[in-house]
Design a protein around this ligand. Structure first.
Ligand code: SAH
Length: 211
């Protein structure tokens, strides 16, 4: 699976600016048992580079996309990261292998609860899970060194930009649900100025709201 991810990273390098993944990202992908985050009936497919259904109409993202988003976030051992869209908890676990702490929020209660149980069972003590609408971020734990959003809104939620630390990065698929979205990297510089970069077209589940 990792060889497949690395090949796809090389193939998309012109668009992402990343010809290879940071060693810490590769190590994290090798470390996390993806089959633990996949429903029983699909476990035999867990180490294929594909997204898979996890129930409630949602999916665990393709491993290449998880690795790429983690890499684009440019996090390290000191980072505090927010993930919006816990889903299975897999992306949170990959981040947790690298960073100091992961805060992850999921809008579908049953998925959030199951992910929390999986992460606890596997011993991820540096992940805090929350149920709620991630549009609002998690103000009580902000600011974050990086934010990864794994569902696609049509526009970037303003609260997420506000909760990004100066120097931080937001990695987010932006665009209409019916088509491909653009995986964007939003950087906030030391002065608080925002810049946006498009990378590759992606297909994510819709970003929903609880109102
Ligand atoms: N990161 C996940 C991918 C899950 S798919 C993984 O590794 O498995 C995206 C998830 O985002 C879905 O579970 C969906 O319910 C959730 N979601 C959609 N809109 C949301 C919102 N506003 N706040 C929090 N979660 C949201």
């Amino acid at each position: 699976m990792v060889a497949e991810i690395e090949r796809e990273v090389r193939d998309t390098a012109d668009y992402t600016g990343r010809a290879s993944l940071a060693p810490a990202v590769i190590a994290a992908v090798l470390e996390v048992p993806r089959h633990e985050f996949v429903p029983l009936e699909r476990r035999h497919l867990a180490y294929i580079n594909r997204p898979l259904p996890i129930g409630e109409g949602q999916t665990i993202s393709q491993p290449f996309i998880v690795a790429l988003m983690t890499d684009l976030a440019q996090v390290d051992r000191d980072s505090r990261v927010l993930e919006v869209g816990t889903g299975s908890g897999y992306q949170a676990a990959v981040l947790a292998e690298i960073v100091e702490h992961v805060y992850t929020i999921e809008i579908v209660e049953s998925l959030g609860q199951q992910a929390a149980a999986t992460l606890e069972r596997l011993g991820y003590e540096n992940v805090t899970t929350q149920i709620g609408d991630g549009y609002r971020g998690i103000p009580e734990f902000a600011p974050f060194d990086a934010i990864i959003v794994t569902a696609a809104p049509e526009e970037i939620p303003e609260p997420l930009i506000a909760q990004l630390r100066p120097g931080g990065r937001l990695v987010i698929p932006v665009g209409p649900v019916a088509a491909f979205q653009s995986l964007q990297v939003v950087q906030k510089d030391a002065a608080g100025e925002i810049s946006r970069t498009d990378t590759i077209p992606v297909r994510f589940v819709p970003f929903t709201r609880d109102e």
